[in-house]
Design a protein around this ligand. Structure first.
Ligand code: NAD
Length: 312
């Protein structure tokens, strides 16, 4: 018999999905991808203007969405919001714990209020999201939690003394949720993007500048910084929001029914390399072998320069 097409891979038809931070970047791409896959999506975000834009773009494309204004740091509000969604849809199937904030600097350079703000969103906000959603997902007979962790979840990153540890927390929260709710038919997984090209990195808005803008205030340096940061992903390029959304779509679908307590790294950040550090806190000692190689290389370069003259 000939295959008739339409394999239905990674469909989310009839599923109800909440995406925190769904008004921009990765969350926006996830909301649109899930809607394309047939889900009813609820982007929950502080940013009303962009939330409404995402909702109407999904409607225009023929999808189902309703933007809901919400702050993940406010547990009572979030609980009511999720209950309202459950009350209307009678199910809650997918929750993507994605809202996040970055910090720039070494530990002592990050103002305490900035530290508290990042922890409030990335740590308390993620915990709030799970607290508000889990009872409803249990009532729904199961579901999935997806977490936007990071390549930074597993390694130290220069000048991310608060941010990177919060992303390690997210990955561990994912593991704990996977264990605690497995008996309720709930899976949990994380997607761990390396450098991803979103407002988070590139925003020039003075009240929330992206990390690339903060790391490189001068635009010429920023262009080079962009290239250098691309190389910190093993793929040598920035991850795009759609790449993350496609990974989440697969993981949230029944085609990934055996995937739980797993983190999927995108871009290979933790296996990449950082731009050269110009000032070391100690002078690294070279081994005899490396010194020998360097001598050999210098000698080779000298001979190749001298070569044409000697031949002449
Ligand atoms: P983004 O700035 O484009 O989107 C973040 C969204 O979260 C924004 O719409 C913002 O309004 C929302 N948000 C912030 N605080 C909130 C709150 N208290 N309540 C509700 N919504 C809130 O950035 P993005 O890159 O799409 O970030 C999404 C996630 O991806 C974050 O968790 C981030 O840590 C993670 N991540 C980003 C990168 C990167 O390089 N961009 C890499 C790895 C992981």
């Amino acid at each position: 018999m000939r295959y008739q097409g339409k394999d239905g891979f990674a469909r989310l038809d009839g599923k109800v999905a909440i995406i925190t931070g769904g008004a921009s970047g990765i969350g926006e791409a996830v909301a649109k991808e899930f809607a394309r896959a047939g889900a009813f999506v609820y982007p929950v975000d502080l940013d009303k203007q962009n939330g409404i834009r995402v909702e109407s773009q999904i409607h225009l494309a023929g999808g189902k969405a309703e933007y809901l204004m919400g702050d993940v740091t406010d547990l009572p509000y979030l609980t009511d919001l999720f209950q309202d969604i459950y009350g209307r849809r009678r199910t809650l199937d997918i929750v993507i714990v994605n809202a996040g904030k970055s910090s720039n600097g070494r530990a002592h350079e990050i103002p305490a209020e900035e530290r508290d703000g990042v922890i409030a969103v990335n740590v308390i906000g993620a915990d709030n999201t799970v607290r508000a959603a889990a009872p409803l997902m249990i009532k729904s007979g199961g579901g999935v939690f997806g977490f936007t962790a990071s390549g930074a979840s597993e390694i130290g990153v220069p000048k991310r003394a608060v941010y990177a540890p919060t992303k390690a927390y997210i990955l561990e929260l994912c593991h704990c949720v996977a264990i605690d709710y497995a008996g309720d038919g709930i899976r949990a997984f994380a997607v761990m993007p390396g450098r991803a090209e979103t407002n988070f990195a590139t925003s020039e808005e003075p009240n929330r500048p992206g990390y690339l803008v903060r790391d490189f205030p001068d635009v010429t340096a920023r262009v080079k910084g962009y290239e250098d940061y691309a190389m910190t992903n093993l793929i040598g390029a920035w991850v795009q929001p759609d790449d993350v959304a496609k990974a989440f779509r697969f993981l949230a679908s029944k085609d990934a029914r055996t995937v739980t307590m797993a983190g999927l790294e995108l871009g290979g950040f933790s296996k990449g390399k950082f731009p050269p550090v110009r000032k070391h806190c100690f002078v690294p000692e070279e081994s005899k072998t490396v010194r020998k190689w360097k001598k050999q290389a210098a000698e080779k370069q000298r001979r190749s320069k001298d070569g044409p003259e000697q031949r002449a």
